[in-house]
Ligand binder design. Structure first.
Ligand SMILES: Cc1cc2nc3c(=O)[nH]c(=O)nc-3n(C[C@H](O)[C@H](O)[C@H](O)COP(=O)(O)OP(=O)(O)OC[C@H]3O[C@@H](n4cnc5c(N)ncnc54)[C@H](O)[C@@H]3O)c2cc1C
Length: 714
């Protein structure tokens, strides 16, 4: 911090300190002003300029220093000077004081905050640059946030000083008027009966309902701006249209039907979406078969001479489809129709903020609804690697139709899908080369977790090729070849099939978003706010198409918010809660996570402690020959508050549930330690991790006294 900043900080601190030290707050209380009202009035009559000027300066100083008392002073101004004089006086004084506080915050903290949190503030900065005046106007008009907090926080953003001043002046005018009006009524309270005067009651009612009125006005203003140029239908066929019958769409439609709304669910392909047809279900079914096949290699470990699991690959795939068929009824048109959902087959396109066109062959139908939910999911991203167009690439979309097991399989991508499938095919006997350009696989997970999974993939026979960049594909004679670059050296990989698993892209093509001018993010997902509303407040998005998570359970979680907000948003709206989001990768060992891992805690500058329990020590794991992996818990330093957990081991996806519950409901490690866990189970690992934490935090001083006590008793 430079000298100027230091000096300013000292001056501010000294002024604020003296306010509290000399108890200056007593002069900014309603009682004091009321008691002194007669003498103030007399002084004001005698020398109006001096009193007005003095009041103005004090008001500016109080607001510039962010001291409490601005609201009281506004009421007092109304009481002392009358409505119009007080309104003008306070309006200018508050805007100037606010701007001084804003400038101080900018001068002292802007650079440091932007430097430290710049990356995380990027979205906020972009939003403020684009719509800063509007944001500020909303904040000023709806006095839900304290006045001084807005001044200080806005100073940290890139909003222009000029914009800040005039928006504050205009935005605060209505609120100031309400407070001043209430103040004028206070001034007339002479007796107890005066307290019940209709004017005073009216002024306070206005004060109470003002935020709601302001909020309503803002919503109307914003809506008019967004919907300009569109003709809203006089009435709607339906309450809700949901586009896409994957996890997000199904749950949205289910909730709408349950609360008796008229809802239409449109699906262009298969009910159940990716999870049922090409994602979680088929992958987990094949993983199970591969785990059984892997027992051949583990016969010795379990005391067998040999285990033989002969199989035909096509039969394994037939089982995968039988599993899908068995789950299909859960997501079927029949079930949803019975629940009261109007299910339609066809490709949907949004043609206006309230109209959706459904195209099914030559049939085109247009439906209207008060709200629309986009739940169109995502598809595998295929990178534009030269030559890829000449390969019959496999992705999670078409993999499940393969009948012949590839002998040599290249898996592009070291994320969860790539790892699960690389291990699965290797365990079924394919020669798998997994190509990942980053220094390690599973880049989002804990370093130790990634290391364990890498070792396990390698033990399963996968050639894990990190820091290998796919450069080009080629057909050379009968060979299909992938050239990869590894630290400047080119390698040639010959393969029979290539599975591309390098990420997923939101499905927004053909939905009509461009015509609606409905923005998407850099990664293609639909831009939504914390209520999951798009630019049009009646159009929502949830699931993979909205992100930021791309899991079935997060799609369902978001669907609740999207459907409830879409149907009841005019009464009550709910902000989507992303605080405790768990997920798992179903490799062997599984990797499950909730909350922060160590790397993220470091990046976010969190003061944390790590507790690790090795599952190699767990009785049940040893009995099952599953004695590998760990439970790693991140807690706030000096407290048992859980900030995040990573579990690597057999059944980690199930084990993590206990920590998810604990985090969701604010239960710390002491509570987990105090809970009985059945012996011998894998779940004991959770308790033992809590025990490790307790051991590291035992009260040494108290124990020394307890030891003395026992010595004395012997
Ligand atoms: C191989 C693989 C394994 C996975 N494993 C897991 C796992 O173990 N656990 C987990 O939580 N997640 C897993 N996922 C992710 C999970 O499948 C997705 O997060 C989930 O399916 C997202 O649901 P959704 O409803 O957002 O989208 P989707 O399930 O993709 O559904 C979107 C639906 O919208 C339809 N649609 C699109 N455009 C239109 C249109 N214009 N008109 C009408 N219909 C349209 C599509 O046909 C589709 O049916 C896995 C994914 C893959 C690929």
């Amino acid at each position: 911090m430079n000298v100027k900043k230091g000096l300013l900080l000292v001056i501010f601190a000294a002024l604020i300190l003296s306010y509290f030290l000399f108890d200056l707050g007593q002069y900014l209380s309603l009682d004091y002003i009321k008691n002194q009202q007669a003498s103030f009035n007399a002084l004001y009559q005698e020398n109006p300029a001096l009193i007005l000027g003095g009041f103005f300066i004090i008001y500016v100083v109080v607001t510039a220093l962010s001291l409490p008392g601005a609201a009281i002073m506004t009421l007092a101004a109304g009481a002392l000077f009358g409505f119009w004089v007080a309104l003008v006086l306070v309006s200018f004084a508050s805007s100037m004081g606010a701007t001084l506080a804003f400038l101080a915050s900018r001068f002292l903290f802007h650079d440091a905050v932007q430097q430290r949190f710049g990356e995380r503030l990027k979205k906020l900065n972009d939003g403020v640059r684009k719509d800063g005046a509007f944001y500020l106007f909303t904040l000023r008009l709806v006095p839900a946030f304290p006045f001084f907090v807005i001044n200080l926080v806005m100073g940290l953003t890139p909003i222009k000083v000029r914009t800040f001043y005039w928006v504050s002046q205009v935005g605060m005018l209505a609120g100031t008027a309400v407070y001043v009006l209430a103040g004028t009524q206070l001034g007339q309270v002479e007796s107890a009966s005066g307290l019940l005067s209709p004017e005073l009651i009216g002024a306070f009612v206005l004060l109470g309902i003002f935020p709601w009125i302001a909020k309503f006005i803002m919503a109307q203003l914003q809506a008019r701006k967004v919907y300009r140029g569109w003709q809203k239908p006089d009435h709607f066929d339906r309450n809700l249209i949901v586009i896409g019958a994957g996890s997000a769409g199904l749950v949205s439609a289910y909730i709408a039907a349950t609360v008796k709304a008229k809802v239409t669910l449109i699906e262009k392909h298969k009910m159940g979406g990716d999870c049922l047809n090409t994602g979680c279900v088929p992958s987990k079914a094949l993983i199970k078969s591969a785990r059984l096949a892997w027992h051949d290699k583990e016969a010795d470990k379990y005391g067998f001479d040999a285990i033989r699991s002969d199989f035909r690959f096509s039969n394994l795939m037939a089982r995968v489809h039988r599993v899908i068929e068995k789950i299909e009824p859960h997501d079927s048109v029949e079930r949803y129709s019975e629940l009261g959902v109007d299910c339609r087959q066809g490709e949907a396109r949004i043609v206006s903020p309230w109209e959706v066109e459904i195209r099914n062959g030559d049939n085109i139908e247009t439906l209207t609804a008060r709200s629309i939910i986009i739940a169109t999911g995502a598809r595998p991203f295929v990178p534009p690697i030269p030559g890829i167009e000449d390969m019959d690439i496999l992705t999670s979309d078409n993999l499940w139709e393969v009948q012949e097991q590839p002998k040599r399989l290249v898996v592009l991508g070291g994320g969860p899908i790539g790892c699960e499938l690389a291990q699965t095919f290797a365990r079924l006997g394919s020669q798998v080369m997994q190509v990942e350009m980053l220094p390690r696989i599973m880049p989002r997970e804990d370093d130790d977790a990634a290391a364990l999974v890498t070792a396990s993939l390698q033990a399963s026979g996968v050639a894990v090729m990190t820091e290998h960049k796919a450069v080009r594909f080629a057909r050379e004679g009968d060979d299909k070849v992938l050239y990869v670059d590894h630290n400047g050296e080119e390698k040639r990989l010959v393969f029979d099939a290539v599975l591309v698993a390098v990420g997923r892209r939101a499905n927004t093509d053909g939905l009509g978003l461009d015509e609606l001018n409905l923005p998407t993010n850099g990664n293609g997902t639909v831009t939504v706010n914390e209520l999951l509303q798009s630019r049009y407040p009646n159009i929502y998005a949830c699931g993979d198409v909205a992100g930021p998570y791309q899991f079935t359970h997060t799609a369902a979680h978001q669907a609740w918010y999207a459907s409830v907000n879409a149907l009841f948003g005019s009464l009550k709206r709910f902000t989507v809660d992303y605080r405790v989001i768990p997920w798992a990768t179903f490799t062997d060992p599984e990797v499950a996570r909730v909350g922060l891992n160590e790397q993220e805690a470091d990046q976010q500058g969190v003061d944390y402690e790590v507790t690790r329990y090795g599952i190699d020590d767990l009785d049940r794991a040893i009995a099952d020959s599953n004695d590998h992996g760990f439970v790693k818990v991140i807690t706030a330093r000096g407290s048992d508050k859980i900030l995040g957990v990573t579990i690597v081991g057999a059944g980690a996806g199930d084990l993590i549930a206990e920590y998810v519950l604990a985090m969701k409901h604010g239960l710390g490690l002491n509570k987990i330690l105090g809970t009985i866990h059945i012996y011998p189970t894998m779940a004991e690992a959770n308790k033992f991790a809590a025990g490790e934490w307790k051991r590291a935090h035992k009260p040494e001083g108290v124990l020394r006294w307890v030891e003395r006590f026992h010595n004395w008793r012997r």
